[in-house]
Ligand binder design. Sequence first.
Ligand SMILES: Cc1ncc(COP(=O)(O)O)c(C=O)c1O
Length: 377
Amino acid sequence: MKKIKFLDLDAQRKKINSFLYKNINNVLEGSNYIMGPEVEELEKKLANYAGAKYCVTCASGTDALILALLALKIGRGDKVICPSFTFPATAESILITGAQPIFVDVSKKTFNICYDKLELVLEKYRTKKNKIKAIIAVDLFGLPANYSRLKKLAKQFNVSIISDAAQSFGGSLYDKKVGAINEITCTSFFPAKPLGCYGDGGAIFLTKKSLRDKIVSLRAHGKSKSKYKINDIGLNSRLDTIQAAILLSKIKIFNWELKKRNNIAKLYIKELEKNFITPYIPENSVSAWAQFTLQVRNRKKILYYLKEKNIPAVIYYPIPMHLQPAYKQFNSKYIDLKNSEDLSKSVFSIPIHPYLESNQKEYIISSLNNAVKNIIN
Ligand SMILES: Cc1ncc(COP(=O)(O)O)c(C=O)c1O
């Protein structure tokens, strides 16, 4: 059996080699390294894929969130809600704009924000001076959040929703793909993401032309149609042409990869649910399976056993944001974040990349089930 990798970008590269080199070579021959024609071509393809009205690419998933917040004029004095159990960039983007994050707990079932607890926090802050301006909903591990519930709350409390879909591009809710579900959706093309490039990259999907135009300006220093007339204070955050060319080759196999990931997830759930808490996928939702994450009480021992068996496993995330040294100051003692704390102690993710071979999947499953048996006995 071949060595099991957590992610196999090498096998993926071999599958797309012919398009990849041709596309990269075209960029080299055209020498349009910044905003070359591949960037616009990719934006059209991504919008078309997601069924979104507009797509604006940028330099990273983190910048996508910052650009979305700036476009909504969120900054100093504003408060923005986000889950505590997430990747740091979600909360970081809020602070970079000058706004303050308010951490809300997640559900142990979906890993996404807990809507009942969210409602309590929105209610609590309704009367406070600095009102909550937005909620960043994270589609953690690839599962789209419950946007119908979120949209109702957003309307009731008059807040915007930004979707942090860094891990969920390719997923869907009812018949809508991520990118077309919410008015502002940010994603990441970090190499390990379901659709990843060979460096940093990101995109924002939008329904409103005014926001699209604002973000196009903000990603290039806030310039207007005339390059040296600056209307807004923006960033330098464009997607490199070479990365766009790489993504154009990867998007060709994206649906095939998603299907593979979904099949592996189905198999894992069926074979592992007797010994582990397996991910829950609500009806009408399709996950992009950025991660396949299990919950278990004896995590340390299980991880030790897996290491012995040469099965890579990773903890996403070992510390919830409200307990991170740099973010502790935003931990409110009035907000219950117990699920985030519990999950940080019980979760671990196992390989779910599309290039896993049958014997590798079987080995992962039997090793995990044996680990539980061995540890209990
Ligand atoms: C939930 C979430 N949000 C934001 C980001 C930031 O994306 P990037 O690394 O492209 O800046 C990530 C990336 O890991 C993420 O997982």
